[in-house]
Design a protein around this ligand. Structure first.
Ligand SMILES: [Zn+2]
Length: 361
């Protein structure tokens, strides 16, 4: 039976902003399945029988009946109810009624986690499972005890949850089941695309601390060389590149607004630095080189900055890591600058031997 609609509803423990952001994430991926939020807040069954899950699912069934939600559509309670372990974090008990919890996900991840990512993963996983298995018991019988990064991993150990969600995979054995049910390819593709969106974000968060580990930077101005001890990496520059880089270091956090840059400013600020490195005999040539940097027609300052950026990228491999060192303008900023904290910058004359910055020397 094709799956067309998935309805999400929150409960009295839920957070409507988590629900709304989860919906945005799910809707960011095109495909045949449509996602929507139900009106109101689900109140669990007043009957005292059954555990809290059962009482929510009982309430979900009543809600489905009262709103005449078609039997083939999925109705998922996105619940803020705290739960103890992963097994209960996501549960589809029977037919197309299920419950996915938004709380307690942080215990499975070694980094701060926004619950919308695991919750979106689970919603997509249940969309697929609901078309493969009739109920949770059937799904459980098929689930993998040994983790494979597949959506059918049982995740008996907490750490396996992050593996499964970062991998976002359907293992070969499960692919056979999917093919056996002849599910529409565009539907399976939508699910995989949601998992891939979640997986990329989780992988990014997983390594963000690692990639944000900044190195001390030793700047040897006269040798036109930058050394990053944490990576044992060296960047060598041309005289004009070194002069521009040193000038941006001098400008510090206030940075440089390129559109306001004048020839006078560059002659006053940058030329003295460049002359310390310039080996030609013609002072006018050095002056013209610096003046041309302020000329919007030549674009030469941008070219120099982009060459410096490439040197750091070639040396460090990733934009995120290199971005701590090259000159850039971030989205929320109006100026170009070097984002490395000032206390990470050492001016040196040889490894470890500090000197005053060139504008003071
Ligand atoms: Zn599998």
């Amino acid at each position: 039976m094709p799956l067309t609609n998935i309805y999400l509803i929150t409960d009295e423990h839920g957070d409507s902003s988590v629900l709304a952001r989860t919906l945005d994430l799910l809707r960011s991926v095109p495909g045949p399945v449509r996602f929507g939020i139900c009106d109101g807040i689900l109140k669990k069954d007043r009957q005292d029988t059954g555990d809290e899950h059962q009482r929510y699912l009982g309430a979900a069934r009543e809600y489905r009946d009262s709103r005449k939600i078609p039997a083939e559509d999925l109705l998922l309670v996105v619940s803020g109810l705290p739960v103890e372990d992963y097994w209960y974090n996501s549960k589809l008990v029977a037919g197309n009624d299920g419950i996915v919890h938004t709380g307690n996900w942080e215990r499975y991840f070694s980094f701060a986690i926004d619950p919308i990512y695991p919750v979106a993963y689970e919603i997509a996983a249940w969309a697929l499972r609901s078309r493969l298995f009739g109920n949770t018991s059937d799904a459980t019988r098929f689930a993998h005890r040994n983790p494979r990064g597949c959506f059918m991993d049982l995740c008996l150990n907490d750490s396996e949850v992050t593996l499964k969600m970062r991998t976002g995979d359907i293992c070969p054995e499960c692919q056979k089941v999917v093919r056996g049910k002849a599910l529409p390819i565009n539907f399976v593709n939508q699910i995989l695309h949601i998992w891939s969106t979640v997986g990329k974000k989780l992988s990014y968060l997983n390594t963000a601390d690692f990639l944000n580990e900044v190195s001390l930077m030793e700047v040897n101005f006269s040798k036109k060389e930058i050394y990053l001890p944490v990576y044992d990496a060296k960047v060598e520059m041309m005289p004009v590149q070194m002069a521009v880089y040193a000038w941006f270091l001098k400008c510090g956090t206030p940075g440089v607004a390129l559109r306001d840059l004048s020839g006078d400013t560059l002659i006053r600020e940058l030329l003295p630095l460049y002359l310390k490195l310039y080996r030609g005999a013609n002072g006018d040539e050095a002056r013209n080189t610096v003046l041309s940097l302020a000329d919007p027609k030549t674009n030469s300052l941008s070219e120099i900055m982009s060459k410096i950026r490439k040197k750091f990228l070639d040396c460090l491999g990733s934009e995120q890591l290199a971005g701590h060192y090259f000159i850039s303008k971030r989205e929320d900023e109006a100026v170009h600058r070097i984002h490395l904290p000032e206390d990470h910058i050492h001016w040196v004359e040889s490894r470890g031997v500090r000197v005053a910055p060139p504008w003071k020397g």
